[in-house]
Every structure is written in C-alpha cells, then in structure tokens.
Design a protein around this ligand. Sequence first.
Ligand code: HEC
Ligand code: HEC
Ligand code: HEC
Ligand code: HEC
Ligand code: HEC
Length: 424
Amino acid sequence: MNGIGLPFVSLLRILAFASLAALTAGCKPSVDPPAPAATLAGEPAERFLAVHWSRPLQAQGSPPAGYAPSEASLNPADCGACHRTQHDDWSSSQHSRAMGPGVLGQLMDMPADALDQHQDCLRCHAPLKEQAESLAAALAALPRKMEAQAQKTAVPPLHAHGLACASCHLRGYRVYGPPRRDGSAPQSAAGFPHGGWSASGAFEDSRFCAACHQFEQGEYALNGKLLENTYEEWKASRHAREGRACQSCHMPERRHLWRGIHDPQMTNSGITVTAGPVTIESGQVAAELRIGNTGTGHYFPTYVTPRVIVSTRQESADGKVLETTTQEYVIGRTVALDLSRELSDTRLAPDEERVVGYRKALHPRAAHLAFEIRVEPDAFYTEFYRSLLESDGTGKGRALIRRALQDSLASRFVAYSRRQPLQP
Ligand code: HEC
Ligand code: HEC
Ligand code: HEC
Ligand code: HEC
Ligand code: HEC
C-alpha cells in the first residue's frame, strides 16, 4: 500500500480525538430500555457504571490494614490463587492480551511523560492508574529493556497484564462483583478475604461492556456510522429484546472467556451457512451460498478490523484449485488504512441473510466445486503493520510491530468448507 502518508500518526490522532470527545461527553453509556438492575446499595446500574468507568481511573490508595500481600496485589495471578477458574479462563482471553505487541509497539514511541496521550489507549487496554504509572516508568527508564521484558519475563510489569481483574472488579481496594447466583447477600465482615465484597447488578448489564465497546455520539465516525457501535447494534437486535446480554454469549455461566472472532467455534456459533444446489447449463457452473447472522448479537463482524472471505472455485480431481474459476466476496466493513474513509460495508446485521452467488464457465478438468469461508480476525492490522514497517513509521517499537504482524497473520482460520461434485 503506498501513498498512505503517515497512518500511524493519523490513527493516534483519531483515537486521541475520540477519547477527548468521550471525556467531554462524560463517558456515560446510554440508557437501556428495560428497567435498570438495582445494586445492593440501591443504586441503578447506570449510576454505578458512570462512577465505576469514569476514566482516568483513580489510584486504589493504601490497602486496608491487615491485608495479606495477595489481597493487596493488583497482579491477576494473586487473585487467581483463590479464584482459579476465572484466572485460567481470563489468561486464555483477548482481555489478558490487551497489551500485546501491537499496542505496546505503538506506545513505545510516545514520550514517557505524555500521560494524556497514553490514556488514549490505556483507558481501554490497561485502565488502572497503577498500570499507567508502570508504563510511564518503563518508558522513562528502560525502553530497550521493556521490549525484551515484553517478549519474555518471569514477573511482567503491571501494565503488561492488559485488562486485568482489578480493572473491572476493584475500586479504592474495595471488591465489586455481580450478585451471588443464589441471590444471597455477600459477606462484608472483616476476616473474610479482601474484607468481603459489594454486589452490583451492573455486572450483568450490557452497559458494563459498552464502556469500551461503544463510542459515544459525536466520537469518530465514518460514512455517518461510529467506528465502534457494538452496544447500539445489540440494543436494536432481537437479542436485547429477548434479554440476552453481552455476558450471556461472551461469559456463559459467568466464565471469563470472552471468545469472539478469534475463536473458530464461537464464530461458527454466530452464523448459519447453507450451500444451494449446483447447476451446470450451457457450460456455465452456477451455485450459491447462504450466510445468515443467526446467533451473533450484533453485526457480523462488529468491527472494522476483521475480514470474512467467501471463496468459491472449481477444483480438479486431485484437489488443485483451477485458475480463473475462483470468485470471492468479502463480508466486513473495510476502511482506508488512515481511517479517512469507509470503502465498503457488507457486514450482516443481526438476523440478516446474504446470498453469495457463483457463476463461471465449467473448467474442462473440474471435478468439484469448493466453497470456503476464511476468517481474518486482524485483517486491518495486518495491512496497518505492513505499512508501518514499509514506510519506516516505527521507531523503538519496530521489533514488537514485526511480531504483531506475525500474530495478525497467525490468527487466520477456515470457518467453513464444503466440496460438491460437478457432474457434467
Ligand atoms: C485469599 C483468597 C482471595 C484472594 C487473594 C482474592 N479473593 Fe476474591 N473472594 C475470595 C472469596 C472466598 C470470595 C467469596 C466471598 C463470598 O462469597 O462472600 C471472594 C469474592 C470475590 C468476588 C465476588 C464474587 C461474586 O460472587 O460476585 C470478586 C469479584 C472477587 N472476589 C474478585 C477478586 C479479585 C479481583 C482479586 C484480586 C485483586 C481477589 N478477588 C482476590 C477470596 C479471595
Ligand atoms: C476497560 C475496557 C473494556 C471493557 C470494560 C470490556 N472490554 Fe472487551 N475488550 C477490550 C479490549 C481493549 C479488547 C481487545 C484486546 C486486544 O486484543 O488487544 C477487548 C476484546 C474483547 C473481545 C474479543 C474479541 C475478539 O477479537 O475475539 C470480546 C468478545 C469482548 N472484549 C467482550 C467484552 C464483554 C462481553 C465485556 C463486558 C462483560 C467487555 N468486553 C468489557 C476492552 C474492554
Ligand atoms: C474505546 C476503547 C479503545 C481505545 C481508546 C483504544 N482501543 Fe485498541 N482496541 C479496542 C478493542 C475493543 C479492540 C479489539 C477489537 C479490534 O480488534 O478492533 C482493540 C484492538 C486493538 C489492537 C489489535 C489487538 C492487539 O492487541 O494487537 C491494537 C493494536 C490496538 N487496539 C491499539 C490501540 C492503540 C495504539 C490505541 C491508542 C492510540 C487504542 N488501541 C485505543 C478498544 C480500544
Ligand atoms: C472485562 C471485565 C472483567 C475482568 C477483566 C474480570 N472480570 Fe470477573 N466478572 C466480570 C463480570 C461482568 C462478571 C459477572 C458476569 C455475569 O454476571 O454474567 C464477573 C464475575 C466474577 C466473579 C463471580 C463469579 C461467579 O461465578 O459468581 C468472580 C469471582 C470474578 N469475576 C473474578 C475475577 C478474576 C479473579 C479476574 C481476573 C483473573 C476477573 N474476574 C476479571 C468482569 C470482569
Ligand atoms: C447472541 C450472542 C451474542 C451477544 C448477545 C453478543 N455477542 Fe459479541 N459475538 C458473538 C459471536 C458469535 C461473535 C463472533 C462472530 C463475530 O465476530 O461477529 C461475537 C464477536 C464479538 C466481538 C469480536 C469482534 C468483532 O469484530 O466481531 C466483540 C468485541 C464482541 N462480540 C462484543 C460484544 C459486546 C460488547 C456485546 C454486547 C453489547 C456482545 N458482543 C453481544 C455473539 C454475541
């Protein structure tokens, strides 16, 4: 890709603009149609969340007297000593990788004291105040070493944990969580680990997730549509009306997995694919593939970053792709690398079905018609990192960006494949 200019700088500027707008807009998630769940303290979810996700987050302060080191720690591994299931799940999730090489590689080129600029990314990727301090210290002291540390280290610095347990559950050293499943009241007595905890129905509410998965009105939009609109897409869907919150699909049984487009099984659970009959008439092969968004609670896919490629082609008896017989159709919202404009939007709204047709001359050696749906969860980033590396737009973060490029290629998978015999 050439003639892009400085996509890196533009992306940062755009995101910086977006977060500025969020600050002035007060960062409040919009109102849900059903009555808001009441917290134990009687606060509606909306009010709880406005405070809970008011960023930049405040420091936790000093741990209460008598806390064991594991209770006073913000390191997820220490929470995991008692909450093993949540920790194992979280470790396998994208949330635990939210400060991966692609993010860190870009942060490395920001000045150590540009704390507001760090917040443009950290407010979603690593929002604890203590993580902001950890990042600033690392940038100031050891840029080289930090790079090495990020690759492999026994005790990663706090910012490297990404979206950690404490980001969602801890404010001022007080633990907050959803109401117990059996509805009983939580312990707040001293003597219990971390002095008990406070329950809030806000944890079961989609607006809990909107804090990072939804832009505010007035934030960055292309072609009249916000760059991140997942919560609103969900709110307008059957899933919201039927009471299926983000958590019911992404945290089933309260598990901390947050599977999404990077997971083949999860992706397949959201769509229904049907191959229509294949016909051959006057030397022309015709067929169709129907793809329905039957189980994704928002657009399939919701972001501009993934790309889903529907590929149909003729193959020889030994499985070779016959050139000139391939037809491809992309499902996704494609945007220019500098985010200056939208190029196309072919995503599937909830419950929408798309019929992708195929029509080509029958190849003399064709034995099968092969359908394939390939998913590239990080397609935008692949191009973005390539362009950064080519235009020399990377500085200290170069090695990390190179690794991020590899990761973005490694995440591709085939979601669906089917071959139908061609009988001339
Ligand atoms: C020493 C063991 C221990 C450590 C360390 C610990 N917890 Fe807990 N935590 C508990 C126990 C036990 C309960 C259950 C209390 C109850 O059900 O009344 C609990 C309850 C909770 C709850 C509420 C569960 C619910 O049903 O909503 C959350 C959330 C939570 N802890 C998060 C954390 C986080 C985050 C950390 C790390 C910052 C952490 N805990 C560290 C033992 C621990
Ligand atoms: C503090 C901000 C924040 C909150 C709150 C948050 N997320 Fe995320 N989420 C992120 C970030 C950042 C990523 C991307 C991590 C990465 O890959 O770098 C992400 C990634 C995800 C993904 C993975 C998508 C994929 O590409 O496969 C899913 C699914 C998800 N979040 C769902 C949720 C749900 C459901 C909630 C509410 C319970 C939630 N998130 C709350 C910031 C947040
Ligand atoms: C409003 C919340 C939000 C802000 C602010 C934000 N991100 Fe993200 N970011 C996300 C979410 C959600 C994802 C996962 C979905 C996706 O891939 O688009 C993500 C994914 C990414 C990824 C790809 C996944 C990975 O870990 O490699 C990179 C790189 C990234 N963000 C960099 C940044 C940088 C750099 C900034 C600051 C300039 C930033 N983000 C600001 C929410 C945010
Ligand atoms: C992105 C925000 C987020 C992060 C990060 C996160 N949690 Fe949670 N956690 C939630 C939400 C939301 C719920 C409630 C889910 C529901 O009700 O469906 C929850 C529920 C819980 C519960 C109650 C489980 C139950 O079965 O009742 C515990 C305990 C807990 N989390 C601990 C942790 C620990 C430990 C970590 C880190 C390893 C962690 N959480 C990371 C958002 C988060
Ligand atoms: C009915 C189930 C369901 C509900 C409800 C749901 N999702 Fe998803 N979500 C999926 C499936 C399936 C995928 C994988 C396919 C895809 O990426 O579209 C997914 C993917 C994602 C992704 C990956 C990124 C992408 O581009 O698709 C994110 C982020 C996400 N969901 C966040 C949310 C948030 C936030 C909510 C609530 C506002 C939510 N989801 C509600 C099923 C659901």
